[in-house]
Design a protein around this ligand. Structure first.
Ligand SMILES: *Cc1c(COP(=O)(O)O)cnc(C)c1O
Length: 389
């Protein structure tokens, strides 16, 4: 069982933490603080390690306006999942030429809306969607998403998205027949992917589809490698250059030095490390009596941004300023729903002298938190979100 003992210095410098803590001290919990400096560093690090790749930030991970503006200023493009995200980026003056409509599940009217706003770049994985695209976004560039199994990922995105290569091949032919412009192949190896070799199998399939399409006179020239690059949660991960080197090696293996246009769509990687979620202990209960594990109830839970603790998949480092002995706790949220337990199987070792009213800091919460929080479950408001330099 993973414990919750960790070294703060592995996650951020003392100075960064002190800065966030000072900012947080005047605010009422619970809330998320996202640090722009960290996002900038992550973007730069990725561009440095994979200079050939076009970055399309997956907005859904953290759609804070400040984050989007920062990335736009650095030259990032954006992967949008809905017309609402489309409106958001357009309202910031980001041109539609920098957008990819990456969701394969779309209503015809939403495709039409995006097309009217100037979007010409769409993901697809189904015949029905190809037909909707041909009708509502005629002539657009499309890329085709293949299935992956999500092995090695803490938060797999398998099964629901993508189709088998044979199906994709038929869709490529259909797209051309219907006047669309088949550009390439995409995949997502699963979010928080620990196993960098997962990119290899997907790239091998891309190569096969390039060759098969080529035989039909269709030149594919784009590979969208999706997301999957990790953030730093409790279990350790390889650093960006290690991922980049391996992936670049696979690209060379399948495409020699003549890379197609390469896209990456980092979400979690870009913003995960940049966030700290600040919460307060509401109640501590020794419900099992002597020798039992104490329950720690917080003012955040599964319904206020921590849904990725489902099945205890994502293990956030939790920091307390109390020092001294530690002991195991079960950690749960504040709502009247028994699903709202964050960690029960994972032993959470936190200071034994924790008291109600103490603050806890969930590190690495910049991705997939605030937007997941419910709007009024049990009357609790959505998680507040602040962005600092
Ligand atoms: C969610 C998503 C991403 C981002 O994935 P991460 O693992 O968070 O980097 C990228 N591309 C698509 C199509 C997605 O749906």
């Amino acid at each position: 069982m993973a414990g919750y003992s960790f070294d703060m210095e592995n996650y951020m410098t003392r100075e960064s933490f002190t800065k966030i803590k000072e900012f947080a001290s005047t605010k009422e919990t619970p809330f998320l603080v996202t640090s722009l400096g960290v996002v900038a560093r992550k973007y730069d690090e990725l561009k440095e390690s994979m200079p050939y790749a076009n970055v399309y930030y997956a907005i859904k991970a953290n759609p804070s306006v400040e984050v989007l503006k920062l990335l736009a200023a650095r030259g990032s493009c954006f992967d949008i999942a809905s017309v609402y995200e489309l409106d958001l980026v357009l309202s910031l003056g980001i041109p539609p030429g920098r957008l990819s409509f990456g969701n394969t599940i779309k209503k015809a009217c939403d495709i039409r809306y995006a097309y009217e706003k100037g979007v010409r770049f769409f993901a697809t994985d189904a015949e029905s969607d190809v037909r909707k695209l041909a009708k509502n976004a005629p002539g657009s560039d499309v890329f085709f998403r293949i299935l992956t199994d999500g092995l090695g990922a803490d938060w797999p995105l398998s099964r629901k998205f993508g189709a088998r290569p044979g199906v994709i091949f038929q869709n490529i032919l259909l797209a051309r027949e219907l006047g669309l412009n088949p550009r390439g192949v995409s995949f997502h190896v699963g979010s928080q992917q620990h196993d960098v070799t997962q990119w290899r199998g997907a790239l091998a399939t891309c190569r096969e589809l390039f060759d098969a399409a080529g035989k039909k006179g269709i030149t594919l020239d784009l590979v969208n490698m999706g997301g999957g690059f990790p953030a730093h949660y409790l279990s350790s991960v390889e650093e960006t250059p290690v991922y980049a080197e391996a992936v670049t090696g696979y690209l060379r293996e399948f495409f020699d030095s003549d890379f197609p246009r390469i896209i990456v769509e980092p979400g979690r990687y870009m913003v995960g490390d940049a966030g700290i979620l600040v919460t307060e202990v509401v109640m501590i209960s020794n419900k099992e009596g002597e020798g039992g594990v104490s329950w720690l109830y917080l003012d955040v839970g599964k319904f206020s941004g921590l849904i990725e603790t489902l099945d205890e998949s994502i293990k956030y480092p939790i920091y307390s300023e109390q020092t001294g002995d530690v002991r195991d706790y079960v950690i749960a949220g504040p709502t009247c729903d028994s699903l709202d337990i964050l960690y029960e199987k994972t032993s959470c070792r936190l200071p034994s002298n924790l008291e109600e009213g103490d603050r806890l800091y969930f590190l690495t919460t910049g991705a997939y938190t605030q937007t997941y929080s419910s709007i009024f479950f049990n009357g609790f408001p959505p998680l507040k979100s602040y962005v600092i330099a």
